[in-house]
Write a protein that binds this ligand. Structure first.
Ligand SMILES: Cc1cc2nc3c(=O)[nH]c(=O)nc-3n(C[C@H](O)[C@H](O)[C@H](O)COP(=O)(O)OP(=O)(O)OC[C@H]3O[C@@H](n4cnc5c(N)ncnc54)[C@H](O)[C@@H]3O)c2cc1C
Length: 406
């Protein structure tokens, strides 16, 4: 692409955000012979969030990216998942576990493995995008960085997570909040832990604790609790204060949970408000405009209750890579906005069509679970439970999805 007088540099494809989805998208494009540039605001790979559970649909997508072989050795197979109600002494098997490959990975292992498979120069750190504009000369998108530089691109893919500037630029609304917060952490047991190869989710009062072993010496855990977003009250971000909160929230949980909190790696703790793009916005939303689209949490952030947000982002990457590969030659041949936009529009139509119903299903199911976890009236909670029972009678069906060949 010819550099525009107003831009400091120009590229064929720019990916905003070098998190899981941005890196997976760059890798999918690379595997199909398409070069991209990933702009990440952090100064190094952002591996916040401890761990990530990958279920069969996620492994199928990772197979297509060609990185699953290495990753399989980094987390052991989880045989089962259990929901334990500590107040009433209930125990229920999770339908998505025990029916195929399920492993928990350290987020740093997953992100680093994908990043290392990218050609040198694909990922650029310290690049905070502050706005997305239209180049007055070429009509292609141009990105403004916080250092004042402008980068022009034929195609822009927004993968900067739930608060995406690219999503704003194509008219998507900011996501909503569940009124819940999550602390995530890792606990290392140098001499091994005694937890079985199972995901265990325990509920006591309004607090939910998840415990997921990664390997014999490492456990990923999360604590979810009511935490509405209030403009005048900020949740502490300092690891030590997050840790105190985690300890406080789990003080009535079994001794092994308290021990897990006591021994955790405090410096790795993170807190997140749980956000979602509403199912009706997924069904009706316009996910591309001109030569710009979105993927991952920027498109469909959802509650983590099915452990699917990350895998859905990897599926997006595979489908997007496949769709854009079909117009690879057109992309390099033309410099005219109208010609490129028409071809890219076709590829994006295909991508969005393929992804919309898939993520609408995940988003609806997680929305209904979120409503039943939130502080809502018993009637609303009952309605959400009934809707979930009717719409998702086969509760583990979402793991059977196959995003197809790259
Ligand atoms: C408690 C919890 C547990 C979860 N558990 C699971 C699980 O077990 N399995 C699963 O599959 N998913 C899980 N998820 C969901 C998963 O974490 C997300 O869906 C996934 O991380 C989204 O990836 P992403 O790349 O789209 O966004 P992100 O991971 O948010 O990455 C966005 C990237 O963009 C960068 N960025 C942001 N703004 C800018 C900007 N202006 N300029 C440049 N760069 C920018 C950020 O620094 C970041 O690196 C969980 C989520 C939560 C909250």
């Amino acid at each position: 692409m010819e550099p525009s007088a107003a831009n400091d540099e120009t590229h064929e494809i720019v990916i905003a955000g070098g998190g899981l989805c941005g890196l997976a998208t760059a890798l999918a494009l690379h595997r199909k012979g398409l070069k991209s540039l990933v702009l990440e605001r952090a100064d190094s790979l952002r591996v916040e969030g401890g761990g990530l559970c990958i279920l069969p649909n996620g492994w199928r997508a990772l197979d297509q990216l060609g990185v699953s072989h290495h990753l399989r050795n980094l987390g052991f197979q989880l045989d089962k998942g259990w929901d334990l109600g500590l107040d009433k002494g209930t125990q229920q098997a999770m339908p998505a576990f025990g029916k195929g490959e399920a492993r928990c990975l350290k987020r740093s292992d997953l992100i680093t493995t994908i990043a290392e498979a990218l050609p040198v120069g694909t990922l650029r750190f310290g690049c905070q995008i502050v706005s997305v504009q239209t180049d007055p000369l070429t009509k292609f998108p141009r990105i403004q960085l916080s250092n004042g530089k402008y980068i022009g691109t034929k195609i822009l893919i927004g993968c900067e997570g739930s608060r995406s500037i690219v999503a704003d630029s194509i008219g998507l609304k900011p996501p909503s909040s569940f009124g819940l917060g999550a602390i995530r952490g890792l606990t290392i047991y140098p001499h091994g832990h005694s937890a079985s190869h199972e995901l265990v989710r325990m509920t006591k009062g309004k607090t939910v604790v998840g415990r997921i072993p990664v390997n014999d010496k490492l456990i990923f855990w999360f604590v979810v609790f009511p935490a509405p977003i209030q403009p005048d009250v900020k949740f502490p971000r300092e690891p030590e204060l997050i840790w105190q909160k985690a300890v406080e929230k789990t003080k009535d949980f079994p001794a092994e949970v308290q021990e897990m909190m006591e021994r955790c790696a405090v410096e790795l703790l993170t807190f997140t408000h749980l956000r979602y793009r509403a199912p009706w916005e997924i069904l009706l939303g316009k996910f591309h405009k001109g030569t710009i689209t979105v993927a991952g949490d920027a498109m469909h952030v959802m509650g983590p209750f099915l452990a699917q947000g990350g895998s859905a982002g990897i599926e997006d990457a595979v489908v997007l890579g496949r769709s854009l590969a079909k117009i690879k030659d057109d992309l390099s041949k033309s410099e005219k906005y109208e010609e490129v936009a028409s071809k890219v529009g076709e590829a994006f139509d295909e991508y969005v069509k393929e992804r919309r119903m898939r993520v609408a299903g995940l988003s609806t199911q997680t929305y209904l679970i979120g409503v039943s976890w939130e502080e809502r009236s018993p009637l609303v909670k009952l309605g959400a439970m009934i809707a979930r029972a009717v719409l998702f009678s086969n509760r583990g069906a979402h793991i059977n999805y196959d995003c197809g060949r790259l």
